[in-house]
Design a protein around this ligand. Structure first.
Ligand SMILES: O=C(O)C1=C[C@@H](OP(=O)(O)O)[C@@H](O)[C@H](O)C1
Ligand SMILES: C=C(OP(=O)(O)O)C(=O)O
Length: 448
């Protein structure tokens, strides 16, 4: 077997957004280590600076001087925020700004204006915020005029996105009274991301009470328990509380590690990744479970996990809780033998591109037998791919670009229209991927 390729996981995108937001809302100075440096985080930092926070890089750390939002400063001028293509920035900031009285315009770029926000803005409207959509009803760009949040009972439908709830939660401690958030709808998308919000808020001094309904009563429960409950049996309560400045180190990103974990299984060299938290609350840690179920050999040592070249077989997986690793699993399943069925993830159509149709169209070009389903896809693997040169479209989506790289290990010459779209979450991806290529006997350079 070829020698192991060593990789350090990049920082968690989701935890970086939350750390920056909590620190920026706190009173005093916070020290953040390991915050991801990518296009999406630049957008969040820029939005927070527009609210009055100071975010200063010193060496590899960020010093954040928060605005002390609990003292209810007012935005005297209308504030215009560019959230770029970052859904997390858009949905989290759209809620957070309404806690500070003022007028806010939120706009984005590319696909962002086709990613809905109406369930979130409905919840904010019921709390006294006035919302106007500039182009399409329910989508950015939007203008919000807020007198500040009054708290009370709010309902939210999370079938499309958990980001709506994360936004409401982050804003809620700055309301004048307690906020009770009741979940409605048939299902909750991407529930693990809510744990990242709760954990980060707790680190910055704000507790959230999570409760489940038992008959006519409500009882405290833990996040993992709520994952299996109907949404209408879950509520969250946030009391007014100031965010307290603190220190936080951001752990490694399981989503962006997924390409390398997959590479370990489908290539000819093991891949060893350090910097990942084995007991992380990140839902995309499920990547290891999927690999294991597909037959991959996995070993943990100290802080590193190694995935070894393995004969993979198809699996049936519900990926509602971990949508961001669907493109990775789809590409990996092309190397397996038998059918892989990905289900539970209808919300994939609302990402940076339609992440059901996108992978199906593009992976087909590489000879992958793949079919779309309303809530996922089916991949019928033959144990490998027939080498060929393929022009593939990224649809401007970083996860499409990074997942297609995996096909190179099956002898596919992947030519992407827009490889630089990885900068959304992982600007250094191609440099790190070059190590995988070299370790597998290919040249370092990826051919765009
Ligand atoms: O809150 C977050 O940090 C995120 C939540 C998920 O979105 P949805 O809840 O919209 O599925 C995920 O896809 C996104 O990359 C990051
Ligand atoms: C969906 C994603 O991000 P966001 O929603 O923040 O744009 C992603 O990173 O895959």
């Amino acid at each position: 077997m070829n020698p192991a390729i060593h990789i350090t996981a990049p920082s968690s995108k989701s935890l970086s957004h939350r750390a920056l937001i909590c620190a920026a809302l706190a009173t005093g100075e916070s020290l953040l280590e390991g915050v991801l440096d990518s296009q999406d985080l630049t957008r969040t930092a820029e939005c927070l600076r527009l609210l009055g926070a100071t975010i200063e890089p010193r060496e590899d750390k960020l010093f954040v001087h928060g605005i002390g939002a609990a003292t209810r400063p007012e935005a005297s001028e209308p504030v215009s925020m560019n959230v770029g293509e970052s859904g997390t920035t858009c949905r989290l900031m759209a809620a957070v700004v309404t806690a500070i009285p003022g007028i806010y315009r939120i706009f984005g770029e590319g696909r962002m204006h086709d990613r809905p926000v109406s369930h979130l803005t409905d919840a904010l409207t019921r709390q006294g915020v006035r919302v106007t959509f500039e182009e399409k009803d329910g989508y950015p760009p939007l203008v919000m005029s807020s007198p500040g949040l009054s708290g009370g009972e709010v309902t939210i439908n999370l079938e499309q996105s958990s980001q709506y709830l994360s936004g409401l939660l982050l804003a809620a401690p700055l309301a004048t009274a307690a906020t009770t958030i009741r979940l409605i709808g048939k299902s909750v998308a991407s529930w693990p991301y809510v744990a990242l919000t709760l954990d980060t808020m707790a680190r910055f001094g704000v507790p959230v009470i999570l409760e489940r309904r038992i008959l006519d009563d409500w009882q405290p429960c833990v996040h993992a328990e709520a994952a299996n409950l109907p949404p209408t049996d879950i509520r969250l309560i946030v009391h007014p509380a100031p965010y307290r400045a603190g220190a936080m180190r951001v752990e490694g990103d399981w989503s962006n590690a997924s390409y390398f974990l997959a590479a370990g299984a489908v290539g000819v060299a093991p891949v060893r990744i350090s910097g990942l938290n084995p007991s992380s609350a990140q839902g995309d840690r499920f990547m290891l479970e999927i690999l294991a179920r597909m037959g991959a050999r996995i070993e943990w040592t100290d802080d590193a996990v190694t995935v070894f070249p393995s004969a993979l077989h198809g699996v049936h997986v519900d990926m509602n809780a971990c949508p961001d690793i669907v493109p990775t699993v789809a590409a990996m399943a092309a190397f397996a033998t038998g059918e892989t069925v990905i289900s539970g993830a209808a919300h994939l159509t609302l990402k940076e591109c339609d992440r059901i149709q996108g992978p199906v169209t593009e992976l087909s070009k590489a000879g992958v037998n793949i079919e779309a389903r309303p809530d996922g896809m089916v991949i019928r693997g033959n144990g490998g791919l027939l080498p060929r040169e393929v022009d593939m479209l990224t649809h401007g989506d970083h996860r499409m670009a990074m997942s297609f790289a995996i096909l190179e290990l099956g002898g596919i010459g992947v030519h992407l229209d827009n490889p630089s779209c990885v900068a959304k979450s992982f600007p250094g991806f191609w440099d790190v991927w070059a190590k995988v290529r070299l370790g597998n006997g290919f040249g370092a350079a990826h051919e765009a």
